[in-house]
Design a protein around this ligand. Sequence first.
Ligand code: ASP
Length: 580
Amino acid sequence: MTRWRDMMCGEARVEHVGRRLALSGWADARRDHGGLVFIDLRDKTGVCQVVVNPERAPRAIEAAHATRVEFVLRAEGELVPRAPEAVNPKIPTGEVELQADSLEIVSRCPPLPFQLDEEDVDETLRLRYRWLDLRRARLQRNVALRSRLTTTIRRVMDGAGFLEIETPILAKPTPEGARDFLVPSRTRSGTFFALPQSPQIYKQLLIVSGFDRYYQIARCFRDEDLRADRVQEITQLDVEMAFPDRDVLFSLMERMCVEVWRQCAGVELVTPFPRLTWEESDARFGTDKPDLRFGLELGNATEATRNSQFGVFANAPVVRYLTVPRELSRAELASLEELAKEWGAKGLAYLVFGADGEVRSPIAKFLSDAELDAVRPRDLGQTVLFAADTRQLTSRVLNAIRLHLGRELGLIDEGAWQFVWVTDFPLLEWDEDEKRWTAVHHPFTRPVPGDEPLIESEPAAARAMAYDLVANGVELGGGSFRIHEPWLQERLFDALRIPAEEQRERFGFLLDALAMGAPPMGGIAFGIDRMTMLVTGERNLRDVIAFPKNQAGVDPMSGAPSTVSPTQLAELSIRLLPSA
Ligand code: ASP
């Protein structure tokens, strides 16, 4: 049997000089110095320089000449120190090289579709040859960090007494708001499994079953439109506990984050994380995902402008504003107005409080002194930007402008980590397309005690015992306390306009379980892909997934999804419609 290697390529050091070593790996580069041939032999730990001398190793030199990048090689020889002028201080193996007396070509490789050190390679090409793409140092690092992240999570969860329990992939639809992926059943033609959008119902059933503390690193499938920070197949840390206590759950999740950031990013997070209610987060930042790495908080001028001469303000349900610590130019204001319009605003009113004490604005003449005083910044040389519309729209527009200005004006401390819990989300929201109320989190979420009557009387005002964890403006996880009383669950389904027969048909098993001694329960789920993206500093989710689909939801490597044979379709009793 071949002895493939005595150590990894990246491990060779001065202390090993004089030893006879076998090394195996990929040819990262080959340099032919008219006589001597140098090969950088690479594995996941790094590279080691191999030198082949034609006089000393006439057979090896033939192999060295035939070698091309990404050939797999086995080299054997003596580890020697490099000549002082040849030392490479940039790599850990830079003081030594392997003086090969044998070199064996183990596998060959044709000319590459792209070079591994090439930047900006077309993503589809990278995904088509993912096995090559994954050899790049950056992706090797990302995949290794992801493994460290899940290992860290398992250690923390196990240490806190949570059992890791798997739940089915072939499942019944769980409504998390996205479209389901369906799998036809062969043995019961005409019926379908759904791939789980999350293990939500299963984890609640595990708590009803007495497991008390559950977790799982679970795959979830959501047939949604894709974006850079969204994929259809996600991995979640899914958590649920019986007799939940919010402080206990939050501090456990904080400990998990502290460990993950320590192990994977070398960062010490400060706990406890601050908390904001949804109401406060929306009022101050115009979003439920506030980026707290910078200020630029929103103000509210609704009261102050109720009787304004400026009709746009007087007639708007809400008037809110942002104070920008700069005198913005006309051109800057015009481009911000464009941005505001993209987010649905009709325009962007502004007041420039000039350094000279002048107020410059087409609307200034309509505003009373009291109105101006209500929004006047403490210092001169600042600009106040207004949004006057519904609460939702003003939030959306001012949040977009706030984030844009945070970046443009360099207000964001890029090295900082600002985590925040956002709590007490609304329970329900009106769906204009479907003309009915829908669950903001999911239909199993508990209303805040005392808000139950609002479910029917004032749905928009009912709050949920739901929370999200947000890091630097990115939603990392979210969860809630659940309804464990069947009657309350039915009441919520009623509010969502799910007819009684459908409640039975879709959720009968859950209602039955809740009727058989269900304890109070609550939990949370974290997006592992997004978390990895944050700790690696990647901007594209696909760069932290070994085998992702592309932007169109297709795998350019295997060609999935692909057509199947008529026989397979017939077995499933499926007939395809002619494609449009
Ligand atoms: N199942 C929920 C989700 O995937 C999380 C939870 O409520 O625990 O968002």
